[in-house]
Design a protein around this ligand. Structure first.
Ligand code: F0G
Length: 457
């Protein structure tokens, strides 16, 4: 008999979670104004809101926490942190940050100014927020294949080079850099190929502009390259990572993802000049250069997490769990983004609830219904997240209305995945009983999804 695949770790510490009744959940979500961010975590049984900062650290990471050097300047923890980053990414200059968006804030303070254009592959919302906040524009150049959830393509995070060149030809002098998000969160945790990264680099060279990588899930991207890209099967994850980053001038990192820590981030870059100008904003926004918003123990945990996060066995366990859930949903006929991405399952809400009007927040409706059905918390990636156009203030209706079920790293077992699949299957079977969605009653001027309030239509 062939031995089944099993996790490459075992569990040493547990955290109890609570079940609830449907009546309780109906009450709680109503009180939360139908915003899942407003729910107390104790009201959630399986929390798939995000894979960011929700992972379980290893025994080695916890040991590293105890070894943290809390000196204000020049701590040994910073050296450990910097050495790990330089070894894994190849970048010489490193600045810590308290999370990914803080890294964006520091770097973009140097690179982005009013009127600029920043092309990329479906910018993440904080990235777009930091661009638009500076009165610059983010232009999405993702390949069209990414927007058809039924289409199988190995690298749906890829940039469409024709779309990119069009932007550069029209307004190259206004483009400070191209941003590549690896993996591409907004299009479904989809990877970018090495070939595409190289082509983007060449085009950037032709127009004399920089390439920045938003590398929150860079290791997951490398795993997909190893599995799917020709000539990469025999390369190690770390070799692929070095090759990926050889195409970038700088990276921003949310360590809350692929470095498997609960908080942290960094910027890494090649040029001293960029490092020096970023250092000014680093000190203003994040803190001194050797801690940048983090404790020494956090720096240690990130260093250890980066090594663990770039091991093939770990990545295989992680991504196969996401795949396990996705395959169950496909078996039930539930429409999801394919191929299955690295960190999450993206349920196609327009195909799940085709009878709900786009003005009624289709993906949010699905997410609220799943919570009521089974105590599972996903997140809307649709109209609410897409926000209003900063100029016209009209709602932007994105091509895709998705409900994301993000899987925290090393936290849940496949029994939990079975429960999630069953909850969604029950909802799928009664989808015609969901008649209406929601209207917005209160929203913030930017990044409204966190605090939005809704009522039933
Ligand atoms: N870039 C990407 C691709 C992200 O997915 C995130 C965060 C960030 C940047 C910002 O990092 O949260 O550390 O400030 N994504 C989380 C998510 C919030 O749920 O996908 P951060």
């Amino acid at each position: 008999m062939e031995l089944p695949f099993a996790e490459s770790y075992r569990i040493k510490m547990i955290e109890p979670i609570r079940r609830s009744t449907r009546a309780e959940r109906e009450q709680w979500i109503k009180e939360a104004k139908y915003n899942l961010f407003n729910l107390k975590s104790e009201y959630v049984f399986v929390d798939l809101l995000t894979d960011s900062g929700t992972g379980a650290m290893s025994d080695r990471q916890w040991s590293e926490m105890m070894l943290g050097d809390e000196s204000y300047a020049g701590a040994s923890s910073f050296q450990k942190f910097k050495n790990a980053i330089t070894e894994i990414t190849g970048f010489e200059y490193v600045l810590p940050a308290h999370q990914g968006r803080a890294a964006e804030n520091v770097l973009f303070s140097v690179l982005v100014k009013e009127g600029d254009i920043v092309p990329g592959n479906s910018h993440f919302d904080t990235t777009k927020g930091h661009i638009e906040f500076r009165k610059a524009k983010a232009v999405d150049c993702t390949i069209d294949e990414a927007f058809d959830t039924t289409l199988i393509h190995p690298f749906k995070g890829n940039v469409d080079l024709e779309k990119l060149e069009k932007v550069l030809k029209q307004s190259g002098n206004k483009v400070p850099f191209i941003i590549l998000t690896i993996t591409c969160n907004s299009s479904g945790g989809q990877p970018v190929s090495l070939e595409n990264m190289k082509a983007v680099r060449e085009m950037a060279n032709k127009y004399g502009i920089k390439v920045v990588m938003d590398s929150a899930r860079f290791a997951e991207n490398a795993y997909f390259i190893k599995l799917r890209e020709e000539g990469c099967q025999d390369k190690s994850i770390r070799e692929i990572v070095r090759e990926m980053f050889s195409n970038a001038d700088a990276i921003t990192m949310s360590a809350k993802k692929d470095a498997i820590v609960n908080i942290g981030g960094f910027i890494a870059m090649r040029e001293k000049e960029l490092f020096c100008s970023s250092s000014v904003f680093e000190i203003m926004y994040e803190g001194y250069l050797t801690y940048g918003g983090l404790a020494g123990r956090d720096l240690n945990a990130i260093a250890q997490g980066l090594y663990e996060g770039t091991e093939f066995e770990y990545l295989e366990t992680r991504i196969r769990q996401v795949e396990y859930l996705g395959n169950k949903l496909l078996e039930y006929g539930i429409p999801i983004q394919q191929p299955i991405g690295g960190h999450a399952i993206f349920v196609d809400a327009k195909r799940f609830l085709p009878h709900i009007r786009k003005e009624e927040c289709v993906a949010q409706t699905l997410a609220v219904q799943l919570y009521i059905e089974a105590g599972i918390r996903g997140v809307e990636i649709g109209t609410i997240l897409a926000d209003r156009d900063p100029v016209t203030r009209e709602n932007r209706f994105p091509e895709l209305e998705l409900m994301r079920l993000a899987i925290p790293r090393r936290v849940y077992t496949n029994n939990h995945m079975d429960l999630v699949a069953a909850g969604l299957k029950n909802l799928w079977d009664r989808r015609n009983t969901v008649k209406t969605g929601f209207r917005i009653t209160k929203e913030a001027p930017i990044m409204r999804h966190f605090t939005i309030e809704l009522e039933k239509v």
